[in-house]
Write a protein of this length. Sequence first.
Length: 121
Amino acid sequence: MLLRDGLLVPLPAKVLSTLLLLVRNNGRVVEKDVLMTEVWPDEYVEEGNLAQHIFILRKALGEGTGSPRYIETVPRRGYRFVAKMIEHQNAADDKGIDSLAVLPFVNASNDPNMESTCRTE
């Protein structure tokens, strides 16, 4: 998911995949054919689709038409993510919890003996 100024920025899945690929290669040019192969692995798409995804990303990131703050176009080659990044520690090193989901308890067995004894009235 992408947040901008603390607000969720909805992005189609393929656009988000494009952003992730660029970010993973931060500072390096990602060739157009690599982007197209990775984002659309089993589909034939035209280069215009990639250009449209980059346009959507730039708009979502609030990037203007001047000098690029996030995504730089490398003419006839591809794109480069150019924003300064702060990388998170390896999850295996910090043992932290990145997300938590709280779900209601459900007696999936339909056994009345398994019902919770704690009930809020």
